[in-house]
Design a protein around this ligand. Structure first.
Ligand code: AMP
Length: 249
């Protein structure tokens, strides 16, 4: 089974995000960038499927500026076999990414695409679902378990108040949730080996996809600052404040 794993370059989850002075977005210049954490989980799952002999080849693909090579290299160091960079310097909305991935799927013919459930930069939670719709493939979102079964996949989804188990026919799309696995750190020898693995670079035009944005960002602003808390001396004082100051009881 051939697997495709899309990996997005995002602001590292440890970085305190700052809004640009002109309110058009968030600051990404001189900020630590990393692979989207849900995509690390996707790469880890792909590598585990390869280690179990279920997957034969893992292709990592990233759309964005040339620097996305770093995230592809991380995926290669974790165990992916080769990479595809879809180089584009402007804004890429989920629909554009889904169309680009559809073109890659048509060329590469994977049996399974494992995406993150959402990218932590703009929390769109849309690309996997759009890709499934464009391809007409079955999809399993927010998965916390994946097992090969009956020629397809048995997947467990995290839903409100419980778990749902579905049987998917291949080819299929799945998106990862936090509890699927704990991604490995790439070892130094594997980081060195990853340098020799091939990365092909294409442009959206080569894939016949128009990525012109359809949405415009009206304004980006920081959430209002939280007021400092107050310590109360007794339960009576707390009740009095809740009743007379906060007026919530
Ligand atoms: P989103 O719909 O933007 O929240 O992203 C969901 C998932 O789609 C991510 O976790 C990635 O697996 C994939 N994805 C989104 N944007 C890109 C991109 N520019 N390059 C590669 N994969 C992406």
């Amino acid at each position: 089974m051939k697997l495709l794993v899309p990996v997005k370059r995002v602001v590292d989850y440890n970085v305190k995000v700052r809004v640009k002075a002109d309110g058009t977005g968030v600051e990404t210049a001189n900020v630590k960038m990393s692979m989207n954490p849900f995509d690390e989980i996707a790469v880890e799952e792909a590598v585990r499927l390869k280690e179990k002999g279920v997957a034969t080849e893992i292709v990592a693909v990233s759309a964005g500026p040339a620097a996305c090579q770093e995230q592809i290299r991380t995926a290669l160091a974790m165990g992916a076999d080769r990479g595809i960079l879809i180089e584009h310097d402007g804004v890429l909305e989920p629909l554009a990414v889904a169309k680009l991935l559809k073109a890659v799927v048509e060329k590469e013919q994977p049996q399974l695409v494992i995406l993150g459930k959402q990218a932590i930069d703009d929390d769109m939670n849309a690309t996997g679902q759009m890709l499934a719709a464009l391809l007409g493939w079955p999809q399993g979102t927010y998965i916390s378990k994946i097992e090969p079964a009956d020629g397809g996949l048995k997947i467990t989804r995290e839903v409100d108040g419980g778990l749902e188990t579905l049987q998917l026919k291949l080819p299929a799309i799945v998106t990862t949730d936090l509890r699927l696995n704990e991604p490995r750190y790439a070892s130094l020898p594997n980081i060195m080996k990853a340098r020799k693995k091939p990365i092909e670079t294409v442009k959206p035009g080569d894939l016949g996809v128009d990525v012109t944005p359809r949405l415009s960002v009206v304004k980006v602003e920081e959430p209002p600052k939280r007021q400092a808390g107050k310590k109360v001396g007794s339960v009576q004082e707390l009740v009095e404040k809740l009743r007379n100051e906060a007026k919530v009881i």
